[in-house]
Design a protein around this ligand. Structure first.
Ligand SMILES: C[S@@+](CC[C@H](N)C(=O)[O-])C[C@H]1O[C@@H](n2cnc3c(N)ncnc32)[C@H](O)[C@@H]1O
Length: 296
């Protein structure tokens, strides 16, 4: 089944429009744990900022972009798009693809003023076959996306197909198991556990970042050219802030999966607010970048 749904381009309006995800009856929340809310989109933006340096480094590791068309798979609110636009320059083009039309709408407004490369957007579900009507991209990039999919091994070959000869595939994803507090803080550890258990019990691979080179091979792709891990240890303040936002966003699945009750979640949030002022440092989930250039 071909499921390209909406293709839009900055300044040019709708280039091609078939039907929307809603029209086709997709349950967009079936696999994705996070809600489609303004608050969650703001959390995504905060998270994207935190990984800017690692992303720049990963893009550099991938080598030069030859002629300047990048696909940002699972672009969300466009958090990585300005960095991708830097790589292609003013005459290049960055296409953001996401299943979520609201996130695309946010990306469209936030990326318009931030750089001069053209933006295009596609609303599509990468767990289905997607026809992009493009010869191939110089870089296919997916950051913090495959973690949210149940069959990444089926998705990787599709992403690889979209890479043109001489172009690259770059996947950045978390290993959630590395996050911890130093010295250990009971409430922060509890919050981290709720978060990781939600992914695990939701059937998702919480170590997917570390597993990515092996997944490339399992998916029939050539072994990656490189793999790089970024670890980040930050003071309690900024770490707890995003942890509270994550728990807020994950509240519904946490309760649905019966990982705890609403009263414990409320208490945890209050205790986290206090923990933000502590002298504790928090190691964030590791971010693993895995890349491969396609032979010409
Ligand atoms: C955590 S956000 C990451 C956003 C962005 N890549 C970044 O690094 O800031 C994950 C994004 O993947 C998208 N996504 C999840 N499953 C998807 C699917 N099957 N097809 C397309 N997009 C998907 C979600 O809608 C969400 O916008």
């Amino acid at each position: 089944m071909v499921v390209t749904m909406v293709v839009e381009s900055k300044g040019n309006g709708v280039v091609r429009s078939n039907s929307t995800a809603r029209d086709r009856g997709y349950n967009m929340t079936q696999h994705y744990l996070f809600p489609r809310t303004h608050r969650e989109y703001q959390r995504q933006v905060l998270q994207a900022r935190a990984w800017e340096r690692a992303t720049r480094q990963a893009l550099e590791n991938c080598g030069p972009i030859l002629s300047g068309h990048i696909l940002d798979v699972g672009c969300g609110c466009g958090g990585a798009m300005p960095l991708l636009a830097e790589r292609v320059g003013a005459h290049g083009c960055v296409t953001g693809l996401d299943i979520d039309g609201e996130a695309i709408a946010t990306a469209r407004t936030t990326t318009t003023s931030s750089h001069s490369a053209a933006n295009k957007f596609v609303q599509a579900d990468i767990s289905q076959r997607v026809n992009l009507d493009v010869d191939g991209f110089d870089l296919v990039f997916a950051r913090m996306v495959l973690l949210h999919t149940h069959r990444p091994v089926e998705i990787l070959p599709r992403l690889w197909e979209w890479v043109r000869p001489g172009g690259s595939l770059l996947i950045m994803d978390y290993d959630l198991t590395s996050s911890s507090s130093f010295p250990q803080h009971t409430v922060i550890e509890r919050a981290l556990r709720f978060s990781i258990d939600t992914f695990r019990r939701g059937g998702l691979d919480v170590e997917i970042g570390s597993r990515m080179p092996a997944l490339f091979v399992e998916a029939g792709l050539p072994a990656p050219d490189g793999c790089d891990i970024t670890s980040m240890i930050l003071p309690a303040g900024p770490s707890v802030n995003i942890l509270r936002e994550s728990l807020f966003s994950l509240r519904a699945p946490i309760l649905r999966l019966r990982l705890t009750d609403a009263a414990t979640l409320d208490r945890t949030d209050e205790e986290l607010a206090v923990a933000a002022d502590s002298q504790v440092h928090v190691r964030w989930p590791d971010m693993v970048a895995t890349w491969k250039r396609k032979p010409i």
